[in-house]
Write a protein that binds this ligand. Structure first.
Ligand code: FES
Length: 153
């Protein structure tokens, strides 16, 4: 996997974010392992602590194994005012997880995120690359059910 990814990017520090994205996307559990950090550090000739810092700074990166589907619920003020708290409670109950946790079947990880840029449709969440707005309890239930059935990403 690393050779394939490194083949696309020159060993330059400015390619770090792209490389980390690819590594995370390629991992079946959508995270960046300690081993991966070491390999990238060597390839780019930078320290592992620098990479750790970058991973910590960007919320889209994770160093913990995650589920097949990543749910990101927007917690910024416009979504909050439109009831994201209620949606969060519902998601926690439906999935039996807390924020940052993965369901026992490995299907979902629940995360929070900042504004997704579609505040006009608040409250909003993403599941993997798909954005869902104007969320209601019924809508959330249907969305989760569709991923459980289809298991698509
Ligand atoms: S505040 Fe939630 S999408 Fe902008």
């Amino acid at each position: 996997m690393y050779e394939q990814i490194f083949g696309k990017y020159a060993p330059k520090k400015e390619n770090l974010i792209y490389i980390l994205h690819e590594i995370q996307d390629h991992h079946p559990q959508q995270y960046i392992s300690e081993e991966a950090i070491g390999v990238v550090a060597e390839y780019l000739s930078i320290s592992t602590s620098h990479i750790q810092g970058v991973i910590t700074f960007y919320t889209m990166f994770s160093t913990k194994p995650r589920g097949k589907n990543i749910i990101r619920l927007c917690e910024s003020p416009p979504c909050f005012l439109k009831g994201s708290e209620t949606i969060l409670r519902q998601l926690r109950e439906l999935l039996h997880v807390k924020i940052g946790e993965t369901t026992a079947d490995g299907l979902f990880t629940l995360e929070l995120c900042a504004c997704l840029g579609v505040c006009g449709n608040a409250p909003v969440m993403m599941v993997n690359e798909d954005v869902y707005g104007d969320l209601t309890a019924a809508k959330v239930e249907n969305i989760i059910a569709s991923y459980r059935e289809g298991g698509e990403r």
